[in-house]
Design a protein around this ligand. Structure first.
Ligand SMILES: *Cc1c(COP(=O)(O)O)cnc(C)c1O
Length: 395
């Protein structure tokens, strides 16, 4: 099937399976081959079929870039060896003396890259509660060049109003970048809400099977493309062809997985909220979540599979729960078909220590998978039964 003429009219589910994924012109292979080669033959000097050297371009990577761009309604995509490599590449848009605004609960690795790497090259940054648009306006400095949004945020699942931030920026030359890893393009398409660039850790929902590390940047502006494409090659943090193939395979089922992640996430958030051992549940699908109305607008298809909650009994209780589940595996990362549980304070967000942002010691984060939701609920109830306060009747 040839995409070029009708791509814009096709729907998300169709694009995920076909965009950039025509049958292989050389052999007719229905699935994009893994072009495991470092270099490409030239007929004469400079005369080739569009590929010269594998760091610069690779056909499996090109297919993935085209597919991801289609899913984000972007004109172009660039893929990287990891989400953080993609982040680093985006920050090559900045120069010494420039200022960057990050969310106060930014992904730990993003904070670490700002605090311990970019800062050594003269880039300053502020951490702001991006749900507070007045605070965002107040944090903009004359040299601010980029605002880095995650929504939903990690691990508190706060919702940042992407169109609202765009309005705050107004006509200032500040790039609005959205790390869309938690939502995936199925649930949220930031470029349609005013973002200049979208970033993904493809390691998470896009890959979807906890078997690959990768990253991507998607956008529309041709000048940004030229700069980032140059740095993708010049700095060289490119993904291997097999890793690109795994992500391509993953995105074919993204829509069905995200529907299931969202349904299971909602059911588990509702169950946890009624549970006597649970203090507070953070999930944007709950009607009393402070960002619920914005989430309904900018995530029209669902609220995803990430659920955080605090337990009664403090740090010790949280440690007990995360080591007692059997289906929820105690592990960092998220977005795979299998459910994971973790303790952000000591695991994913340990690198935020010193940033001033407090992670509650009794906070637990779930990446709700697509197992049967009743099995997942039984597993959580069983683990939580160890910490139900003695004073609760019926225990
Ligand atoms: C995992 C993650 C990253 C970093 O991606 P890697 O593939 O691990 O380098 C960035 N942002 C968010 C929100 C993430 O969850």
């Amino acid at each position: 099937m040839h995409m070029a003429q009708d791509e814009t009219t096709l729907r998300f589910e169709t694009l995920a399976i076909h965009a950039g994924q025509d049958p292989d012109p050389a052999t007719g292979a229905v699935i994009v081959p893994i072009y495991q080669t470092s270099t490409f033959a030239q007929e004469e000097v400079g005369k080739h079929k569009g590929f010269e050297y594998g760091r610069t371009d690779n056909p499996t990577r090109s297919a993935l870039q085209t597919a991801l761009a289609a899913l984000e309604q972007a004109d172009w995509g660039l893929c990287y060896a990891s989400g953080l490599a993609a982040t680093q590449n985006t920050w090559y848009l900045l120069n010494p003396g420039d200022h960057l605004i990050l969310s106060d609960d930014a992904y730990g690795g993003t904070y670490r890259l700002a605090a311990r790497v970019a800062s050594r090259y003269g880039i300053t940054f502020s951490m702001v509660d991006l749900t507070d648009l007045d605070a965002v306006a107040g944090a903009i400095q004359p040299n601010t060049r980029m605002i880095w949004v995650e929504t939903p945020t990690n691990p508190y699942l706060k919702i940042v109003d992407i169109a609202g931030i765009r309005e705050v920026i107004g006509d200032r030359s500040i790039w609005l970048v959205v790390d869309n890893t938690f939502a995936s393009p199925y649930l949220q398409q930031p470029l349609t809400l005013g973002a200049d660039l979208v970033l993904h850790s493809t390691t998470k929902y896009l890959g979807g099977h906890s078997d690959v590390i990768g990253g991507a940047v998607l956008g529309n502006d041709p000048e940004i493309y030229e700069t980032l494409k140059f740095h993708q090659n010049a700095a060289g943090a490119v993904p291997g062809p097999f890793d690109c193939w795994l992500v391509l395979r993953g995105i074919k089922t993204l829509s069905v997985r995200m529907r299931e992640h969202s349904a299971n996430g909602m059911a588990i958030a509702a169950m946890l909220r009624e549970h006597p051992a649970v203090e507070q549940v953070f999930y944007p699908g709950l009607p009393d979540h402070p960002g619920h109305l914005v989430a309904r607008r900018q995530m029209p298809r669902g609220f995803g599979g990430m659920v955080s909650f605090t337990v009664q009994g403090g740090y010790e209780a949280a440690r007990t729960v995360v080591s007692r589940t059997r289906l929820f595996t105690l592990a960092e990362s998220l977005g795979g078909v299998e459910s994971l549980i973790e303790h952000p304070g000591q695991m994913t967000h340990a690198s935020l220590a010193g940033s001033g942002f407090e992670i509650a010691p009794n906070l637990i984060r779930l990446s709700v998978g697509i197992e049967h939701v009743d099995d997942l609920m039984d597993d959580l109830r069983e683990a939580l039964s160890a910490v139900v306060p003695a004073s609760v009747p019926g225990n």
